[in-house]
Ligand binder design. Sequence first.
Ligand code: ZN
Ligand code: ZN
Length: 420
Amino acid sequence: MATAEQMTIATAEHEHKLDQLAEVAINVGLGLAKGQELVMTASLDALPLARKIVEQAYKAGASLVTVLYNDEQETKLRYKYAPDESFDHAAAWLYEGMGAAYKSGAARLAITGGNPALLANEDPDKVGRANRAQSKAYRPALELITRHEINWTIVAAATPAWSALMFPNDEPEVALAKQWEAIFKTTRIAGDDPTSGWREHDKKLIARATRMNEKRYSALKYKGPGTDFTLGLADDHVWMGGGTTAGNGNYCIPNMPTEEVFSTPHKDRADGVVTATKPLSLYGSMIENIQVKFEKGRIVEVHASKGQEVLERLIDTDEGARRLGEVALVPHSSPISQSGLTFFNTLFDENAASHIALGQAYSSCVKDGDKMSKEELAAKGANDSLIHVDWMIGSGELDIDGITATGTAEPLMRKGEWVE
Ligand code: ZN
Ligand code: ZN
């Protein structure tokens, strides 16, 4: 039996699917231009997919592909042996270099995966400080990405540790194979021509976002088991979904998979009771059967059958943690929802069902929001917080109406599906 570290899958069918995933990632997700440079990050576990992506990138005309690998065992060694001051330190030179690459025209691809619980048993203070130092060092470069000045995308690779978390009752080889199958299915890698399938899917998401933007609803009304909830939308809110043309002129779809159409709710206009339809995995603990009551945008009551304390601590982070910063619509028929799996990874779990997020709003979901100050955004109703935590409220039993400025209700979703 191979060890977890050496474990790979080597069947012709698997190789073919990896090729397809790499091709879709480069040509549809990233929209890599001929002659463009590419900066990619990946964990060592993702090496087989990373190599396929490099191959596709050069076939698509990349001028140079630079891959930055990280090794989780080496990260653990830092926590074991590095001096305390190490955790306030980040490789600033590296992030400056990445920023310089983006500014000179490079595209950015991240392979997500690895072990979601890698640092679960490390000193939370060290983890927090290391994350802060890294975020601070990376911020200037990251801003080029969040403002969509360059084309970028994220795809996932199955890894031994991640698959063990998703399929705890299976042998390592079986778990890894099951996770790859789940990634291919939910990332719409199926049939002979996943590229065309993705272009069709992208068109649908854009049509839905466009329709929502034309409708200019003032609020959404949710009705389902345990849910009777009205959520106002921010002034000048913008619905987003699917791909976007980056500042450098290249069209990209930033997340693979992506199923959501999302916008910014009004931080003072949420009223009623809403019940979560999936458990929420937060900082290594599971919070189950969440039910929350809102009044004028603010949480006034929370209940959870498990993990209530963690949830209460979360909403006490700051004033904005008690209010909503994102509203997203995802049909119940989405492949992630149909898989019935929890991935313990936002890229997937956020696309499993209609959701709302406590905390920070996306400034890009307010018209000209990227140019506004915090105060200007707040005046539009966009929430501000240190946290952004998505939780799932969609199901096959949820109905959603759009409420027009004059108060008329129009059906948007019935039994979890778009009315189109
Ligand atoms: Zn979302
Ligand atoms: Zn979110």
